[in-house]
Design a protein around this ligand. Structure first.
Ligand code: FAD
Length: 468
């Protein structure tokens, strides 16, 4: 029987990063993945394929709309969905092959099959299609089995017309009318893809705003801008059912007045969140305890109630984000060898890859109000940015929240061009506990979108923005 210092179950961004860090630290490491390709949700059916389609659809949309403004004429513009989806598959393949290469490079044993506990130090691995099981012995286990889409019990998903994000990444035609249940990150990203390609898109949301967990100002601005590409929003609507008849779907909901509303379309995307995935792990055999909402219970070291068994990523509490899972992977590997790593969860940024992109880090204005914290706000709109005017991306703003007395940055919330990259500056500043004035005094290259961060910090300092 093969013996390991660490066995990682699940090869998503939490699992594969944990395995690499374990190997770097000299631990004999195995990683178990039930699917034939590595990379988990993120690389196979999440972050990477969705961004490939977002980029493709953005090119098409720009060619249709913005190019003329730039003086570029195009005729007979067409969308070849087969080619777009095949390209996306190629992008996924390049990424998952890259993870296989990294496993080899770091001498990590990859075992394909469903991993389940025999006891706390023994794992059995059975091929997904059935067949002979193998067993390994391990000193430590890192559970990184991720999550799966939330199912609404009153909606039968046939995965052809009533679908989850996984199928939405593989539609080989432009829908006529896609009804998206849920105005969260995944719903809005997929809504953007298909609206840009010419589909009518209706987003039906239970709450009274989109991206409700982010700073309220962001959701308001995003709704306005997505409205410009034709996405319609139906807030305070409680979906009560969705049915399919041939190629048509009907979604029923109750609106705020208690009236029944019907939406007729050809696709219904159910995007109401994700739930932790632990099926098949046989956690009882190792004595691992769960907590509410199907999550594995961990302590501040991300260790379960069983010494030597850790859990990371979507399967535990906290934001369901790839970069959060990655940080936790590194954290656990370093904890196992006796180091004292640290994760600042407040500074895990949240990002939405619509266009304009949206991102936030630290406290929202609503949270600061709730805490009774004295704060000041500095804001800078992209319509005042030379770089944004040059590219034609003038929607959105950067908002910096700083402590009223000390000027320390407490939160940064952005919507605009290339914000998903720009938020890194806010994270760096906040990790070093910068004041708004610290950032305001740093040179930012001109012309860049990043200047909006400097200007917002100037605005937060003493209302000293230069270009506003
Ligand atoms: P996962 O990536 O879910 O990986 C878990 C792996 O464990 C899977 O491969 C699964 O097959 C395997 N597994 C499960 N059980 C077993 C078992 N018993 N034995 C063996 N293997 C097992 N996050 C971002 O940060 N940025 C984004 O842009 C982004 N976009 C997204 C877009 C979509 C459409 C979706 C669905 C998600 C997106 N996410 C994004 C979220 C991100 O994908 C997850 O937060 C991330 O993948 C979680 O990583 P993980 O390692 O915890 O689990």
């Amino acid at each position: 029987m093969n013996q390991y210092d660490v066995t990682v179950i699940g090869s998503g961004p939490g699992g594969y990063v944990a395995a690499i860090r374990c190997a770097q630290l000299g631990l004999k490491t195995a990683i178990i993945e039930k699917y034939p390709t590595l990379g988990g949700t993120c690389l196979n059916v999440g972050c990477i394929p969705s961004k490939a389609l977002l980029d493709s659809s953005e090119h098409y949309h720009n060619a249709h709309t913005a190019f003329a403004d730039h003086g570029i004429g195009l005729e007979n513009l067409t969308v070849d969905m087969n080619r777009m989806i095949d390209r996306k598959a190629g992008v996924v393949k390049a990424n998952v092959d890259g993870i296989s290469y990294l496993m080899k490079k770091n001498k990590i044993d990859v075992i394909t099959g469903v991993g389940s506990f025999i006891d706390k130090n023994h794992i059995s691995i059975v091929p997904r299609e059935g067949g002979e099981a193998q067993q390994i012995e391990t000193k430590n286990v890192i559970i990184a089995t991720g999550s799966k889409p939330t199912v609404l019990p009153f909606i039968a998903q046939d995965k052809e017309r009533i679908i989850t994000s996984t199928e939405a990444l593989n539609i080989r035609e432009v829908p006529k009318h896609m009804i998206v249940i849920g105005g969260g990150v995944i719903g809005l990203e997929m809504a953007s893809v298909y609206a840009r390609l010419g589909a009518k898109v209706s987003v039906v949301e239970f709450m009274d705003s989109i991206i409700p967990t982010m700073d309220r100002g962001l959701g308001k601005e995003l709704k306005r801008v997505l409205g410009k590409i034709g996405i319609e929003f139906f807030f305070s609507h409680k979906v009560t059912g969705a049915t399919r008849d041939g190629d048509n779907v009907t979604v029923t909901a109750t609106n705020a007045k208690g009236e029944e509303v019907k939406f007729e379309g050809d696709y219904c995307l159910v995007a109401v969140g994700r739930v932790p995935y632990t099926a098949g792990l046989n956690l009882e055999a190792a004595g691992v305890q769960m907590e509410e909402r199907g999550r594995i219970k961990v302590d501040e070291h991300l260790q379960t109630n069983v010494p030597g068994i850790y859990a990371i990523g979507d399967v535990i509490r906290g934001a369901m984000l790839a970069h959060k899972a990655e940080e936790e992977g590194v954290f656990v590997a370093e904890t196992i060898v006796g180091q004292k790593p640290h994760i600042n969860y407040l500074l895990i940024p949240g990002v939405v890859y619509t266009w304009p992109e949206v991102a936030g880090v630290g406290y929202t204005e609503e949270q600061l109000k709730e805490q009774g914290k004295a704060y000041k706000v500095g804001s800078f709109p992209f319509k005042a940015s030379g770089r944004a005017r040059a590219s034609g991306d003038t929607d959105g703003f950067v908002k910096v929240l700083a402590d009223k007395t000390t000027d320390e940055i407490l939160g940064v919330h952005m919507i605009g061009p290339r914000i998903a990259d720009l938020i890194a500056e806010a994270v760096t500043a906040m990790e070093f506990r910068a004041s708004a004035e610290d950032v305001a005094r740093m040179s930012h290259s001109h012309p860049t979108y990043a200047e909006a961060m400097k200007e917002a910090c100037l605005a937060a300092t003493e209302n000293r923005a230069i270009h506003m």
